[in-house]
Design a protein around this ligand. Structure first.
Ligand code: WTA
Length: 655
C-alpha cells in the first residue's frame, strides 16, 4: 500500500473549472459559506427548497439520543409524490423520466405522467395484497422500468423496500427475505444479461420453498414481471403476473403523507462478520440529501440534461442516483438493462450517442476494463454530448482518471470522484463542478453541510500531510438510522470506536494532502471491494467451510488490475474427504459453490488448496501474509506466527 500512496501523492496535475462552466454552474461558492455559518439551518433550507412537505417541519435535527438521529422529524411527506406527482402537477408530465434500453436493443420512453400512472396502479395492487405502512416488500428484478416503479410504489404506501441484487443466489435472497420479514416479493421471470436470459423466478421459488428449518414463511404474494419470456413454475394464489394485475388496477391513488422518519428502505451490505447487515434508511433526510447531492454534484439542469448512472438498483448507488435523486429532481435519465459489452464492446458508448447523455456516472472498475480494450472502441461513437463525469465505489487511480477525462470526457468535462457508502445514503465527499479544481485520484472535499476528518486510532486529528481513519464528525440527513433489528450492532460497528468523540467510523483509511484534500486508501477492515462491490471475507469463508470438503478457509482481497481487488481463498481440505474423494477439480468446485451460495460476484478468482494457514500464537489468521502470497510479493514479517515455517510451505503449495 505504501508505494501506492507515494505514487498518489506525486500526483500534481490540477484541472480548474473553465470560466464558462463556473459561470453557469448550479453549485456556487456561497453554498460552502451558508453551510459553514449555520449547518442545521442550511439543511433546513435545502430540504424546503428541494422537496414538497405535506406538513412542514419545524425542527431540523434531533440528536438528543446519539447515535440515533432524527431529521425534520415533525414534518410529513410522501417520497413517491416528491418523485412523481408534483412534477406532473407542475406541468412537466410530458417530460421523459426514463429512457430505457433493453440489452437486446428494445427500448421504451416513459414520461413523468406515465410513470406516475404506473406507480399508482402498482400501489393499488400492493395494497390489495395487504401491504400497508411499515410492511416490507422484497424486490428482485433486472434493470427494467418496473424496478423503479416497484420501489416508488412501495414508498408511496409508506412501506419499506428491500431490493436484492438480481445476481444474488436463492440462499442470499432467502436470508434477506427472512431477516426483513417481507410480505411480498416483486420479481421477473428473467432478464437479459450477456446476450442470454438469466432467470430470476426460480431463485424466488427456491427461497420461498419449505426448507424444514422451522423459520416462519412471511411472504404471502409474489408479483412477477414478464421480461425474459422464459418458462416459470407457478404457485396459484401466491403468484400474480404484473401484466395482469397492474393494468387492471385503478390509476387513482392519492399519496398520503408520512412522518419524515418513516423507514423507506433496507439495503443489505457486507460487514466484517458473515451475516450481511440490513442498513436502514428513512424518508425525509434521505430524500433531502439524495436530491441535494444529485443536483449540486452533477450540476443538474433538469430541462436539458440526460443523466445516466450505470449502477444496478440492487446497490445503494442505484437507489440514490437511479431512483430517488434523479426523480426527485425531475431529471431525464437513461436506464440500461444489460452488461457493458453485450452485444458488442461499445454498447455503453453507443447508448451515450443514441440518447445524448450529458452526465455520466460509473465505477472505476468499468473504466479500467474499457481502458484495457483500448480507446479505439469509444472513439467510434460521438460522445460530444457529455459535459460531466462521475466516479464512485472505489478509489480511482490517476491513470484511469486521466483516461476517463480524455477519452470519454473529450478532455474538458469535469470529473467528480464521489466518496460515500450504503450507510451514508448519499454522496459525502466530492469536488463540486464549477468550483473545485480537480486532482486525479482524490475525492477531495466534504460537501457543504458535511463534516469529515481524518484521525488516528485515538481519535486525534492527523492534520494535513498525514494518513489515518476517515470519520464523519456530525450527523447528516441521509445517514443510516440503524441496522434492521440490531441496534447493538449499529452502535458497535460505527460508533463504539470513537465513542468519546461521537464520530462515525467509516471503515476507510484516508490521507489528507498538504492542501487538506482527501485521498481514500481503501478499507481498513475485513471488507473487500471487488469491482466496486462490497464483500466480506468472513461471509465467503463461512460459505467455503459449509462445503463438505473444507476443514478451514481464509479469504483475502488481493490487488487486481481490473476489479480493484479480487477474492483469493486458501482452503484446507479434510483428511476424511481426501481419503474418500478425488481432489482433482476441487478448487473449481469450491469456486462454483461460493457462486451458488452467495452469488457470482463473490466467486473467488483463485482457490488455493493448502496444508496449513498462517496463525498467530492466539490462533488468529494472519491475512496480511496470505495477501502477500496472493499478490505474488515476498512474504512479510512472520515472527509473530506460531510456526514460522508455515509460510514457505504455503508459498510452495500455491506455486
Ligand atoms: C468505497 C458505494 C474511494 C469505500 C457508494 C466505501 C470509495 C465503500 C469511493 C462503500 C470513492 C466508495 N473513492 N473509495 N469515490 N466510493 N468507496 O457501501 O471503501 O457499496 O467504504 O457504497 O466503497 O461501498 P458501498
Amino acid at each position: 500500500m505504501s508505494s501506492q500512496i507515494d505514487h498518489l501523492l506525486d500526483e500534481t496535475r490540477r484541472f480548474p473549472p473553465s470560466d464558462d462552466f463556473a459561470a453557469s454552474a448550479v453549485a456556487q461558492p456561497e453554498l460552502y459559506q451558508r453551510a459553514g455559518t449555520d449547518r442545521e439551518a442550511f439543511w433546513g433550507e435545502q430540504s424546503r427548497d428541494l422537496l414538497h412537505w405535506h406538513k412542514p417541519f419545524t425542527r431540523v435535527l434531533d440528536w438528543s439520543t446519539p447515535p440515533f438521529a432524527k431529521w425534520f422529524d415533525d414534518g410529513e411527506l410522501n417520497v413517491a409524490y416528491n418523485c412523481l406527482d408534483r412534477h406532473v402537477e407542475a406541468g412537466n408530465g410530458d417530460r421523459v423520466a426514463i429512457l430505457w434500453e433493453g440489452e437486446p436493443g428494445d427500448s421504451r420512453r416513459i414520461t413523468y405522467a406515465e410513470l406516475t400512472d404506473e406507480v399508482k396502479r402498482v400501489a393499488n395492487v400492493l395494497s390489495g395484497f395487504g401491504v400497508g405502512t411499515g410492511d416490507r416488500v422484497a424486490i428482485y428484478l433486472p434493470m427494467i422500468p418496473e424496478a423503479v416503479a416497484a420501489m416508488l410504489a412501495v414508498a408511496r404506501l409508506g412501506a419499506v423496500h428491500s431490493v436484492v441484487f438480481g445476481g444474488f443466489s436463492a440462499d442470499s435472497l432467502r436470508s434477506r427475505i427472512d431477516d426483513a420479514g417481507a410480505k411480498v416479493v416483486i420479481t421477473a421471470d428473467g432478464g437479459y444479461r450477456k446476450g442470454r436470459v438469466s432467470a430470476l423466478k426460480p431463485a424466488v421459488d427456491q427461497a420461498l420453498s419449505d426448507r424444514g428449518d422451522g423459520v416462519q414463511q412471511t411472504v404471502e404474494h409474489v408479483l412477477v414481471v414478464k421480461r425474459g419470456e422464459n418458462e416459470v413454475d407457478w404457485t396459484e394464489g401466491r403468484d400474480h403476473w404484473w401484466h395482469d394485475a397492474v393494468p387492471a388496477a385503478s390509476a387513482e391513488h392519492e399519496a398520503q403523507a408520512f412522518p419524515a422518519e418513516s423507514p423507506l428502505f433496507i439495503l443489505y451490505t457486507s460487514g466484517t462478520t458473515g451475516k450481511p447487515k440490513g442498513i436502514l434508511h428513512t424518508s425525509g433526510g434521505y430524500l433531502t440529501q439524495a436530491a441535494y447531492t444529485h443536483k449540486n454534484v452533477f450540476d443538474l439542469k433538469p430541462e436539458t440534461d440526460v443523466f445516466w448512472c450505470t449502477a444496478d438498483i440492487g446497490w445503494v448507488t442505484g437507489h440514490t442516483y437511479v431512483t430517488y435523486g434523479p426523480l426527485a429532481n425531475g431529471a431525464t435519465q437513461v436506464l440500461y438493462e444489460g452488461t457493458p459489452d453485450a452485444p458488442h464492446p461499445g454498447r455503453w458508448w453507443e447508448i451515450i450517442e443514441k440518447y445524448g447523455v450529458t452526465i455520466f456516472y460509473t465505477a472505476p472498475t468499468a473504466i479500467r476494463s474499457f481502458m484495457k480494450i483500448g480507446r479505439s472502441v469509444p472513439r467510434k461513437f460521438d460522445l460530444s454530448s457529455i459535459r460531466l463525469l462521475g466516479s464512485v465505489g472505489e478509489p480511482i487511480n490517476p491513470e484511469a482518471w486521466m483516461w476517463y477525462r480524455e477519452v470519454i470526457g473529450g478532455g474538458n468535462a469535469p470529473i467528480v470522484d464521489t466518496w460515500w457508502q450504503t450507510e451514508t445514503g448519499a454522496i459525502m465527499v466530492s469536488p463540486l463542478p464549477g468550483i473545485t479544481a480537480t486532482k486525479p485520484g482524490s475525492a477531495q472535499v466534504p460537501l457543504p453541510g458535511i463534516t469529515i476528518d481524518v484521525v488516528d486510532e485515538s481519535g486525534e486529528e492527523v492534520g494535513n500531510g498525514n494518513g489515518g481513519l476517515l470519520v464523519i464528525t456530525e450527523p447528516w440527513p441521509s445517514m443510516l438510522r440503524g441496522i434492521w433489528g440490531d441496534p447493538e450492532r449499529y452502535k458497535e460497528t460505527y460508533w463504539d470506536k470513537f465513542e468519546k468523540q461521537g464520530y462515525y467510523f467509516a471503515g476507510d483509511g484516508a490521507r489528507l494532502d498538504e492542501d487538506g484534500d482527501l485521498w481514500l486508501l481503501g478499507r481498513v477492515d475485513d471488507v473487500m471491494n471487488v469491482s466496486g462491490h462490497r464483500l466480506s471475507t468472513a461471509e465467503i469463508e463461512s460459505s467455503l467451510v459449509a462445503h463438505e470438503a473444507t476443514a478451514e478457509a481464509a479469504v483475502v482481497g488481493a490487488a487486481d488490475e481490473t476489479t480493484g481487488q479480487a477474492v483469493v481463498a486458501f482452503v484446507i481440505i479434510k483428511e476424511s474427504y481426501l481419503s474418500a474423494h478425488d481432489a482433482a477439480g476441487l478448487a473449481t468446485q469450491l469456486r462454483q459453490w461460493v457462486g451458488e451460495q452467495i452469488g457470482a460476484i463473490a466467486r473467488p478468482r483463485d482457490v488455493y488448496i493448502v496444508g496449513e494457514l498462517p496463525k498467530t500464537r492466539s490462533g488468529k489468521i494472519m491475512r496480511r501474509l496470505l495477501r502477500d502470497v496472493a499478490e505474488g510479493r515476498e512474504v512479510g514479517d512472520t515472527t509473530t506466527l506460531a510456526d514460522t515455517a508455515v509460510m514457505s510451505i504455503i508459498s510452495a503449495q500455491v506455486k
